[in-house]
Design a protein around this ligand. Sequence first.
Ligand code: SF4
Length: 456
Amino acid sequence: MLSILHLFRIGIGPSSSHTVGPMRIARRFVAALAEAGKLGDVRRVAIELQGSLALTGVGHGSVNACVLGLMGLEPDSVDPDAVPALLAEAGAGEIRLLGTQPVPFDRGRDIVLACEVVPELHPNGMRLRAYGEDAAPLADETWYSTGGGFIASARQLAAPSADDLVASPVRAALPYASGAELLQLCETHDRDIAAVVLANEAVWRPEAETLAGIDRLLAAMRACIDRGLTQEGHLPGGLQVRRRAPELWRKLTAAPANEAEALMDRLNLFAMAVNEENAAGGRVVTAPTNGAAGIIPAVLRQYCSDGERAQDQARRFLLTAGGIGILYKQRASISGAEMGCQGEVGVACSMAAAGLAAVWGGTPQQVAAAAEIGMEHNLGLTCDPVGGLVQIPCIERNAIGAVKAVNAARLALHSHEVGKVSLDQVIETMRQTGIDMSSKYKETSLGGLAVNVAAC
Ligand code: SF4
């Protein structure tokens, strides 16, 4: 079993697969050199970004992420406000690997966008090389950023049982590999989905630490919305996309709309606040990816932020949503480069619908039905970001996804029959649709809006 604390990660924008993953890979590469006692011998490093990482790497911040990773910085602890100065430091002809070993560095020469290379095992490939005196090779590794900030070496992807460095070596208390098995566990042990997921987290750490980790995630999500509601101006990247969340927030607080309209306005603006922060390279939580990071926090903010039980409900929401997200990660993929946007916004919508249905008191069957509905009506959703930036359609798409998640939870709670489509069937349908989808619509910016909307 995966841990939900690996699925939800605190990181920086704009992309979990193209920013967080490459940063982790670059850091891991130099850390391994240090562990092997070779870091002091390094005279040059070279990174080749392949496939989707090359095609949308500039807009998605992949090159900058590699630079930061080589410097030894980590996505969950780097201060987003300090990033411009750190990048400027590495732009002066030298980089300090892992913060210690100075080597000559020219980002145009040493980090190459190899658009022509089609990676073998996953669309997001990275080849990293280190050289010593007289260009003697010290290390040559290929890694993959597999979505949501997860990473895997070529060896690990070729042997899936060791995927992503996060498979637990210990058997979880209540393991499940499908929605059907999850529901069976709920029935057998008379527990809800959140309780099953919490029991499984015990494999990784004591319960108090898991709950503290969830509380940190919730705090980071709230802080991201709060910051996004106050930051004005245009987003970086050249598209001249203006941040809209602060203005919407001002309008809503000055002259509240009627209840139904205000609900949609609030979901829209909370989701957009997060995704505008993400697009600006701010601090966000992968939920389950950066591109889809606004949906879960928006629904949480709307339904789990008031009252004495708010924190308990928010924990229950995240445990349930995480339990559903693990199914998508294990049975299909949460990578836009593999599945299109159905694997990011679609999965986030499904997870949020499940979390909300649980908070509203739904049975495990109704929670699974909410997750199923949340995905069913996102099937086929393509990824075609304009200019390779995580802005259009991503920001509005999260707003739409948040509203859709609430509707999916409502539909599920009003139904007391077993649905015709199961959660497992819809996950498998998403997987097959992702495989069949043209690569033009899988985070390459070679089709769809990306070619029909001028990027400047
Ligand atoms: S279109 Fe969807 S999958 Fe593609 S970058 Fe935007 S949010 Fe991510």
